[in-house]
Ligand binder design. Structure first.
Ligand code: NAD
Length: 475
């Protein structure tokens, strides 16, 4: 029911051959699903040579023809969504409906980029001297090295593959070793859609070794990374040595501001469902809840009802609404967040401990009465923990919300148009959802500010991330 794991280099699936590797675990059981081969240095060099040839070929392919192959791949993803989603659930843990939504949205992303690649226009700027022409054109950056994490094993690769292919770039994608199977299936859709050899290469390995090897190569002109802030900073340093372009989609710690004039129960229903999606392992997950005093009781009661009603279990089982954490590291992290909250006077309203005696399950948790400098209020939880505290005034909550060095997503609920406009402007954040959590769509830019990174994925900005601007002055 799982899948055959392999590297995909220069149009061939490769495995075995004495390569080192690692076991992929099912987080619902802690048991191995399959063995994943690692790419050695010679595999990476072959992938690089293939990507160079792939780039020459793909950039010379018209955007019209590139779009045909991309749309075919998106169709195959939709056709195969059930099988791909089941692979995703087994290796990552999220529930089937979420996995399915991820695969379908990823197909939409590929479709959107396929179309947008055809609209990668330049412009003509009037010259100062008669008879001259000043052309501004967009050209693909070159070979891209992309690194994707374990929380969205299909969607994060789809964003990078979509943008790069639409722009005319080739890629070497190093997807997560912990969740490789769904990405293998994603790449298979492109292979079966007729993508030429070398244009998209998929590798796995020891992350630090792969990134150091590839980023040292002149041919790699662009790095796109999604993951933690420390690793993003490390890769940015490596990229700077070769002045390579970067897109860094890193962690956050998203504030939620609920004003007293909001419908507190409706807000709680919306944001609680969003909070526990993928067991909270989402970079834009709401992670710090500030509720204006008059709305606090109502909001907390409704939010707690939601958390207590969650059914935990294997994501493939019917009726289950939250799966396990993706790996054992997250359990350790949750335990340390809760211990710190308790030691600082925090009150655990619900949850606060592991669930069951197999796999990596952690209960949906709510903590209250935690100080702003506690661990859970200052470090990204990346798990099913919701700290909920009160605030008094607009200015106070803005200051508290903006106090951290992160700025990925922020959310607010209010019935006032004036407050809605003011809070949207006041948040130091790449995305702000006001009475909405729809901050991630194929056609809109997705990315952070401050230590949450730079550059956008999605929207026309996501295509621009893989394009260089050239000016041609013709006399
Ligand atoms: P980690 O820092 O070890 O790894 C994060 C990701 O980076 C993983 O996918 C890993 O394979 C990759 N990575 C690690 N070292 C690398 C290197 N030298 N070169 C290239 N890739 C490298 O953390 P983790 O335990 O996997 O996750 C913990 C934290 O990471 C979370 O708390 C969260 O803050 C962050 N994270 C963010 C996202 C996101 O969507 N932005 C996704 C996953 C994890």
């Amino acid at each position: 029911m799982y899948t055959d794991l392999a590297l995909y280099i220069d149009g061939k699936w490769v495995n075995g051959g004495g390569r080192k590797g690692e076991d992929v675990l099912n987080p619902a059981t802690g048991k191995p699903l399959a063995h994943l081969p690692h790419a050695g240095k010679s595999d990476l060099d072959q992938a690089l040579e293939a990507a160079k040839r792939g780039f020459a070929l793909w950039r010379a392919t018209s955007a019209y023809d590139r779009a045909k192959i991309m749309r075919k791949a998106a169709d195959l993803m939709r056709e195969r969504h059930d099988a791909i989603s089941k692979v995703l659930v087994q290796e990552q843990g999220k529930v089937y409906v979420e996995a399915r939504a991820e695969v379908i949205t990823s197909a939409d992303i590929i479709d959107w980029y396929a179309e947008e690649g055809r609209r990668s226009y330049g412009r003509i700027v009037p010259g100062r001297v008669k008879g001259t022409r000043q052309l501004v054109v967009s050209e693909p950056v070159g070979v891209v090295a992309a690194f994707t994490p374990w929380n969205f094993p299909v969607l994060t690769p789809a964003r990078k593959i979509g943008g790069a292919l639409a722009a005319g770039c080739s890629l070497i994608l190093k997807a997560s070793e912990e969740t490789p199977g769904a990405c293998v299936e994603l790449v298979r859709c492109f292979v079966d859609a007729g993508l030429p050899a070398g244009v998209l290469n998929l590798v796995f390995g020891v992350p630090a070794e792969v990134s150091e090897h590839l980023l040292a190569k002149d041919a790699v002109r662009k790095i796109s990374f999604t993951g933690s802030i420390p690793v993003g900073k490390h890769l940015a340093v490596l990229a700077a040595k070769g002045m390579k372009r970067t897109t860094m989609e890193l962690g956050g710690h998203s504030p939620v501001v609920v004003f007293a004039d909001a419908d507190a129960e409706k807000a709680a229903d919306t944001i609680a469902a969003f909070k526990y999606r993928n067991a909270g392992q989402v970079c834009i997950s709401p992670t710090r809840f500030y509720v204006q005093e008059d709305a606090y009781k109502k909001f907390l009661a409704r939010f707690s009802d939601y958390a207590k009603g969650i059914k935990m279990g294997d994501g493939l089982e019917k009726g289950v609404t939250m799966g396990p954490m993706a790996n054992a590291r997250r359990i350790d992290a949750m335990e340390s967040f809760v211990a710190d909250a308790r030691s600082r006077g925090g009150n655990v309203v619900t949850g606060g401990k592991r669930h069951g005696n197999q796999g990596f399950f952690y209960e949906p948790t709510i903590v209250t009465d935690v100080p702003d400098d506690s661990k859970v209020m200052t470090e990204e939880p990346f798990g099913p923990i919701a700290p909920i505290v009160t605030f008094k005034t607009f200015d106070e909550v803005v200051e508290r919300a903006n106090a951290l060095p992160f700025g990925l997503a922020a959310y607010a609920f209010t019935s006032s148009h004036t407050t809605a406009a003011a809070i949207g402007e006041a948040m130091e954040s790449g995305m702000v959802g006001v009475n909405s959590v729809a901050v991630s769509t194929p056609e809109t830019p997705f990315g952070g500010v401050k230590e949450s990174g730079h550059g956008s994925e999605g929207g026309i900005e996501g295509l621009g991330a893989y394009l260089n601007t050239k000016f041609i002055s013709q006399g």
